[in-house]
Structures are given as C-alpha cells and as structure tokens.
Design a protein around this ligand. Structure first.
Ligand code: 6A9
Length: 781
C-alpha cells in the first residue's frame, strides 16, 4: 500500500471512532423525533434541572434555602448529605411531562414539568414548571421562618447575554422576568405567574463556569447577609450576565408557575395565549390529564393491577417515573488512560476521547449521575417497553461511542458538571477493560417483541433499520469482547486489567466485570478463567445470532455467532473449565490461595514516627485451581439457561440457591454465600464489602428470569423451580416496597440480614427492574 503523505496526522487508535455513519444521524432520530425530545429534565444531578439536548444549552435550575438554627444550606445538586426524606419523579413520561415530590425536613416541594408545542412556539416548543410549596408544621422547626425561599435560574452555556425585564420585579403587573435570543429557539422569554403574594429578588452573573452555580449564589447571599442582615439577592447584575437567578420568597403554602416561551419575535407568536395555556387552571388541567395518561400507560404496559397490590403499584410507578425523569444529556470528552497498570491510581497519563453527546439514563441521581455501560442495558429493559424511540436513541448514543477497536468506555464522565462529581483517580477509562454487554439483552428483548408483533409497522421498520445500521458496531463490540478478553485455554475468558502487584487489596478488584470486589483468583494472571464473562460472551453470541437471523444476514465464514453460541453452551466443555464436583457449583479458575488476609504492619515514617498500615499477607503459595467462592458468578450458567432441565446439576443449583445457610434470605439472594471465605470482608482498610454479601436487584432479576424459565420447562425440578420463583419474587417485591415506604427511596443494594436499603439512593437504575419483576416480564435469552 502507498502511504498517503498528505493525509491528516493519524489519531491514536484508541481515540479513533468506529468508521461507520453514526446511528444518531439516522433519519429516524432527526426531524420531529429530535424536536420532540429537545427540552427535558436532562440534568438529573440537579433536584430540578432543565436543558435541551444540545452541547451549549440554555439551562434552568432550582435551588432552595434550608434554614437550620443559625445555619443555611442551599439545596441544588442532589446530595445524600442533604438528607431529604424523599425526592424523585413519581411520574414522568420521558418526553413532556413529569411530577416530582421533594420532602426537606417538613417542607414539601412539588415540581411539575410540562412541555408544549403550541401554535406559534419555536423549535422544541415551550415549557412550564409549577413549583408548589407546602409545609408539614409537625416536622417544621418553630425557629424556621414561616416562608420559603426558592431560587430559579437560567444560564446560557452558549455565552449569550440574558436580559432582565426590569429593575423592579413586580410579577402582578408584568409576568416577564427575562428574555434573550438564541440560534436554536429564536427570541425567548421567561415569565413567572402566581396568584400568591410573592417577594422577588434577583442577581445577574457573568461567568464561564456552570458547574458551581450554587457557590455563586451562596457567596452572594453570605455577603448580603453580612452587609444588610438579610438573605436577599441584591437586585443587581454584572454586565452582560449569562446567568440570572431569581429569588422567590413566599409564605407557606404558595404556588408559582414559571414558563419559558420560545420564538416570541414573530408576528404570529401568540405569546399571551401560549402563556395562558401554560399557567393557572389550564396548566392544572393539563397536568392532571398527563398524570392520568401516565397511570394508564403504566397499566397498559405492565398490567400491574393483575399482579401486585396497590402499594406495590405506587412504588412501581415511582421507580419508572424516576428512571425516566433521571434520563440525562451530557456532552464532553472522556479521559482515556494511556498506559500502565489500570489500578495505578495517581496521575495516570491520559488523552481525550472525541467530543461526544450522551443521552442516557443514570443509576443514581445523587451519587452516580452519569452513564454506566452495563447499567444502561438493565435500564433499557424497562425503557424499551415504555418508549421504543427513546430507547433506540439512547442505545444509538452509546453505540456511537465505540472506537475502531470495538471498545466502549465503561463510565462516561462528560463535561465539567459530571467531572466535578468524580474523584480524580476514577476518571481515566482503561482501553484494556470491558464491561458486560447487557445492551444486547435489551436488543434481544426488542427483537422478541418484534417477532410477537408487539410494534406497529412504522416502529417495526425503524427498529429494523436501526439494527441494520447498528450491526457493524455490534459486531465490532462482540469481537472486541471475544478476542481481547479471551483466556489461555480454548473457549475461556477473563476480565483483563486486574492488578497483579497489589499489596493492599485482600483480593484485587475486577471493576470491569461490574462486580467490583467480588472474589476472584487471589493472584491475577493470564491463566484465569472468569465464568461470568464466558457466559456474557455466550449471551452476546446468542443475541448477535438472533439479530443476524432477523436481518437475514449471511454468516461470514469463521464468524458464525451460531457456532460460537453452540460451543459456549456445550455443557461438557463448560464443566471441564468451571465445574467443581465436590461443591456441585460453578466457579472461576485461576492462580489462587484461600489463605490470604489483611494484617496491620508498622511502617517507619521519618525518625520517631511510626504508622500502621493494613497490608495483604499471603500464607501459602497460590496454585492453579477453581476459586471456591459461591455467589452470583456461580449462577451464571443457570441464569444463561445452559443447564438442561432434567439434569442433576440443575437440581444442585436450585439447592444451592435455596439454601439459607448460603444465599437465600427473606429479601432476595445474597451476592456471596455466608460460607465463602471472603463473605462480608473489607478489601482494604477503607473499602467496605460491596459485592460480598449484600443483595443486588439486577442479578436477582436474572436469577428470577431463569427460575421462571425452569418453572415452565417440564422436568423433575419444575415444581421446585416454581416454588422458589414465587417465593423469591415476593421476597424481593415485599422488601423493596417496604423500604420505599419507610425511607422514600429505592436503594442500590439491600442488606442481607435486615433487608434495609444500603449504599446510594435514590437508586432507580437497575433496582427499578423490580417493576419487571412485578409485571413478570422476562426475556427469553
Ligand atoms: C466512584 C465516587 C461517592 C458500582 O451503578 C454504577 C456502578 C456499577 O456499574 C457497578 O457495577 N456502581 C457497581 O459495582 C457505582 C460506581 C461508582 C464509581 C465511581 C466515584 C463517587 O462518590
């Protein structure tokens, strides 16, 4: 080949996009579709945050002041420390409507969002926010003021100046607060309407930063208080402000409607009519109508009324609401680690991925408000059933992030707001590391639904076209997993990127598997075989096979997904690699010792100084063997339904799962058996056990799907599977519902002893698949 010397300098391979047209450029995602999803509550990390799906958006957000004795706390970014008794979208359709309830120590804030494409409105339509503030006096400290202070802001990321309507805001005379102009939506206006007696103040800022707006407001309030003794914005502005903050002070209870109208300059703009239809009684009516539509749609899709009690239904709705309401839009560049040990924490050299948009749901609005690859597959199990167009759009965005090698960065930390929430050492993504291909689980669900003609003709053709165009990317993704993560032994795999020189970790983590600290071989090596990964590759091959068949693709020689699937589901081969006869269980394999512990060691620092450190001690030489830790990983062959329904191995798996001394609890299945040597063990001085015992809902859903499957297959263990299915399902639902009622949240994990929610919350990521459990909606793969 000739070298083209005039070509542009080549990008490093790892940051070279996959060479194919972008899925998000497909015509099904343009035009009406795109416009209909322009504005949304796409800032899930903010208690109430609105933006458009464009890199430099006009953004809106809400803050409020919580007064406690003599200190003030500004609420803005979702934070667990704020200790709200509840918050979340209890209804949201992912498009033009949402209703959220926030409870902050006796203050009850209802925020509703409504979008409307009225006659005369500009691109993306107009939107309204209703803020409804009430108080529960029994929980409201007497010392608290009898009024609430809200702050509603607009910020233009594009740097356009915002105009204040007047120096003396009096909304009873004129509802206009501010106006401006943008290329996307033309001239726009912000209005506030209320029939209550509200006091308004404002501040205008000119700033290049948008990730720390709370600091800006807080500093201003503190200064004002020092000068004038009042927590009151100064009613003044920097020149050419690109952030305008409006302080709304009202006695309990009060309501205020805030409306953004676009394209106000044209002759036929009908601004008054549009404002009227988005405020007061009209808004109330429209919101009521949307609430009903949400309830009806939930019922239609999930048939919950036939399946669970009304308490469960309302929790199910809140789960769906906050999953959809938590969908975000992010823009920025991932940092990609250039080299080195993926677990080497400090100052990893990195390069930037290409600038990219990501439209995605998030696991947790407070703690993990960004995209995670394998979480997203679980989210899509729900979302495609709710709105196939939103789902394909999200999957399309993810698949557009694939590079020429077929790799997708696992955790997406895009833009300054996202970056500001992540400790530095977690930011760089390692191109050696994968993550389970759960998105394929969603795609195969979609294909099955297609085969059962659950979509209309229009949707069918869009889905087919999508799959047709996605196929090359999916192939590359599959090949990346199949080739780069393969092991020494034929048809074995291992998660690459574990740290094999650690002296601190009891068992080196495997973040790429998604099971972080789940125990694996004590001494990472190329001889390892990870059972879960092997089963994921099988699942991926099966999904690829069904997509290939659906699209009538000719099988490429040497690249037959069907034969890969056949090989990987060969039970003899699987057993040779992973089955332990003595335990009757499936395990990882690797260089392993059970005799590893953490021990305090004195360290000399300087002259007379000693400090203690917890270090790892290995008490015997590791040998190549199966890794005897029974837990979620052990049940992957069962979840993958590789085990035939008549086999004794199936009986054994059912025994292990239902054994209370191992995994079974009244709240769901433990991640690791009580008898495993690493059960509930800290991994380092500071790393508490995570996937070493507590109950996780994504895996419980997978086990439950398999139990459901085996309860339908005739055979000697059908009845046992059925009984276990029923009990596990009701244990999971009962416990999640009870926790929601007691705490106001869905949780990241549940305690295996008491059943209480643990870790991050509100976790309406994969924990919301409890709705599929309620609905008994499982997939055939
Ligand atoms: C840490 C610190 C406290 C961990 O749900 C997202 C992921 C899952 O994909 C993974 O399987 N979670 C699970 O083991 C949360 C990961 C958070 C990592 C970033 C940053 C944040 O401040």
């Amino acid at each position: 080949h000739l070298v083209n010397s005039t070509a542009e300098p080549r990008l490093p391979r790892v940051i070279t996009p996959f060479p194919a047209p972008k899925l998000t450029d497909l015509s099904q995602f343009q035009g009406k579709h795109k416009e209909s999803l322009y504005w949304g509550t796409y800032r899930p990390h903010i208690y109430l945050g609105i933006r458009a799906r464009t890199p430099q958006s006009l953004m809106a957000g809400l803050m409020w002041n919580y007064v406690e004795d003599d200190s003030y706390h500004l609420r803005h970014v979702c934070k667990q420390e704020d200790d709200l008794s509840a918050y979340g979208w209890i209804k949201h359709d992912g498009r033009d409507f949402g209703h959220q309830v926030l409870v902050d120590h006796g203050m009850i804030l209802n925020t509703s969002f409504l979008k409307s494409k009225g006659e005369g409105s500009g691109y993306g339509g107009d939107w309204a926010v209703r803020l409804d503030v009430q108080v529960d006096r029994s929980k409201w400290n007497k010392k608290h003021e009898s009024s609430a202070q809200l702050f509603f802001y607009l910020a233009d990321e594009g740097g356009n100046a915002l105009h204040l309507s007047s120096q003396n805001l009096n909304v009873h005379e004129d509802s206009l607060l501010a106006s401006g102009s943008r290329i996307d939506i033309g001239d726009w206006q912000l209005h506030l309407k209320s029939s209550d007696d509200l006091e308004l103040h404002y501040s205008g800022f000119h700033t290049p930063y948008f990730h720390n707006l709370s600091d800006l407001v807080e500093e201003t309030l503190v200064t004002q208080r020092r000068k004038h003794g009042r927590m009151q914005l100064p009613d003044s502005s920097d020149d050419l402000p690109n952030v305008l903050v409006f302080q709304i002070i009202g006695g309990f209870p009060f309501t205020s409607d805030i409306i953004l109208v676009s394209e106000t300059n044209s002759e036929s703009s009908r601004v008054e009519e549009r404002l009227n239809s988005l405020t007061g009684i009209s808004l109330s009516n429209e919101l009521k109508y949307k609430e009903q539509a949400f309830d009806e749609k939930i019922e239609k899709i999930f048939n919950l009324a036939d399946k669970v009690d009304s308490d469960s239904i309302s929790v199910g709705k809140a789960a769906v609401g906050n999953l959809l309401g938590g969908i975000g839009y992010f823009y920025g560049q991932s940092k990609i680690a250039l080299s080195g040990n993926p677990n080497h924490k400090e100052h990893v050299p990195y390069i930037s991925y290409w600038p990219a948009e990501l439209y995605t749901a998030v696991p947790c609005r407070s703690t993990f408000p960004r995209g995670f690859l394998w979480d997203e597959g679980f989210h899509q199990l729900l979302i495609w059933r709710w709105d196939i167009h939103i789902s394909l759009d999200i999957i399309g965005h993810w698949l557009d992030l694939i590079n020429i090698d077929g790799w997708i960065p696992r955790e997406q930390i895009l833009g300054a707001e996202a970056l500001s929430r992540v400790p530095e050492e977690y930011v760089p993504q390692h191109p050696t590391n994968g993550n389970p291909p759960t998105m394929l689980l969603a795609l195969s669900g979609i294909i099955n639904a297609l085969k059962n003609s659950e979509f209309n003709a229009m949707d069918r053709s869009e889905i087919s076209l999508f799959l047709e165009c996605a196929f090359g990317r999916l192939e590359a993704w599959f090949q990346w997993l199949n080739i780069t993560q393969s092991g020494e032994q034929m048809s074995s795999y291992y998660w690459h990127g574990r740290d094999n020189v650690t002296t601190f970790e009891l068992n080196p983590q495997t973040l790429s598997s998604g099971f972080d600290d789940y125990p694996r071989a004590s001494h990472p090596s190329a001889d390892e075989r990870h059972l879960d990964l092997r089963c994921w590759v099988l699942l991926a091959a099966e999904c690829m096979h069904s997509i290939e068949q659906f699209l009538n693709k000719e099988t490429k020689p040497g690249r037959s997904y069907g034969s890969t699937a056949k090989l990987l589901s060969d039970i003899e081969l699987l057993n040779q690699l992973h089955f332990d006869d003595a335990y009757g269980a499936y395990f990882d394999f690797g260089n392993h010792s059970e005799k590893v512990q953490l021990k305090w060691k004195e360290l000399k620092v300087g002259h007379n100084h000693a400090t203690r450190q917890l270090v790892r001690e290995v008490l015997e030489r590791p040998v190549l063997r199966l890794v005897p830790q029974i837990g979620y990983v052990s049940f992957f062959p069962f979840m993958g339904r590789i085990i035939s329904s008549g086999s004794l191995i199936l009986e054994k798996q059912l025994e292990l799962i239902s054994n209370r001394s191992l995994l079974w609890t009244d709240y769901g299945l433990r991640s690791l058996a009580k008898t495993s040597s690493l059960y509930m063990k800290y991994n380092t001085e500071h790393d508490a056990p995570y996937w070493r015992g507590t109950i996780w809902i994504n895996m419980n859903y997978r086990v439950l799907s398999a139990l459901h499957h085996y309860s339908k297959e005739s055979g000697p263990y059908q009845d046992k599977a059925k009984a276990m299915y029923k009990e596990l399902r009701s244990n999971l639902i009962r416990n999640i519902v009870r926790n929601y009622q007691q705490t106001g949240f869905l949780w990241e994990q549940y305690d295996q002893i008491k059943g209480n929610g643990k870790g991050a919350h509100p976790f309406t990521g994969w924990t919301s698949v409890v709705v599929l459990i309620m609905a008994e909606a499982y997939d055939t793969i």
